[in-house]
Ligand binder design. Structure first.
Ligand code: KIV
Length: 256
């Protein structure tokens, strides 16, 4: 059954929400078949799929293409697509770009910070997931956010502004677990943590990180549930050896 936004909202405090990123048809299909609640076409696409150093080079064309691929692979999960950096600097541009993601198959969009833009999108019938804390489109200092009283208070205020703007949920990235707990308890919408500890209403990971398919850097909050880079390399080496040794293809792989 298709996961809806009201289902996600109703899970707060009752059932943990599960979310993973996906960027292509096959990954979307398998995460969906495994029973994931939410698939995010994150702009982490830029690093783990397109090989850039940051998310800043990702374009709306990239997001639209990959959102289409994911939506063709998933039938049950709620599909959230990131608006790329620079694509939601003002209300009208944000609405146009969000609509193009919805047309490509997203159920809703995610934006970093900017509750005022979220409010405009929600008023125009586009559902929005917020994202605060370490927000890679703007933060240049990749470290835990909200560690002192002043920055923690700012994040709590921002979380409340995202809720008031009508966001249906909020990603908290790289904040101390005690702060994530405080935010989770002070808003009525679900929080989904990445590097934000156990008290969030749900968790998200970048799929390439949790599958062991991205080794440029591995943050402390990542748990590797598989080591696919090693499995892939072994498979490629076997293939190369067998082709070179005349062992593949065998008769059963050939047409007569
Ligand atoms: O782009 C992304 O993958 C994200 C997650 C880290 C939440 O925004």
């Amino acid at each position: 059954m298709k996961t809806t936004i009201s289902k996600i909202k109703s899970m707060k405090g009752k059932e943990k929400i599960t979310m993973l990123t996906a960027y292509d048809y096959s990954t979307a299909k398998y995460t969906d078949e495994a029973g994931i609640d939410i698939i995010l076409i994150g702009d982490s696409l830029g690093m783990v799929v397109l090989g850039y150093d940051s998310t800043l080079s990702v374009t709306m064309d990239d997001m639209i293409r990959h959102t289409g691929a994911v939506s063709r692979g998933a039938s049950n999960a709620l599909i959230v697509a990131d608006l790329s950096a620079g694509s939601y600097d003002d209300n009208e541009t944000a609405a146009l770009n969000a609509e193009s993601l919805i047309k490509s198959g997203a159920d809703c969009v995610k934006i970093e910070n900017k509750p005022e833009i979220a409010k405009f999108l929600v008023e125009n019938n586009i559902e929005v997931m917020g994202h605060i804390g370490l927000t890679p489109q703007t933060v240049t200092d990749f470290k835990v956010q909200g560690k002192d009283e002043e920055t923690a208070a700012k994040l709590i205020k921002l979380a409340k502004e995202c809720e008031a703007a009508g966001c249906f949920s909020l990603v908290l990235e790289c904040v101390p677990m005690q702060l994530a707990k405080k935010i989770t308890e002070s808003i009525s919408i679900p929080t989904i943590g990445i590097g934000a500890g156990t008290y969030c209403d749900g968790q998200v990971l970048v799929v390439n990180d949790m599958l062991g398919l991205y080794d440029k850097f591995s943050p402390k909050f990542v748990k590797k549930y598989a080591h696919l880079a090693e499995d892939m390399k072994k498979a490629f080496e076997n293939y190369i050896r067998e082709v070179r040794g005349g062992k593949f293809p065998e008769d059963k792989h050939s047409f007569h």
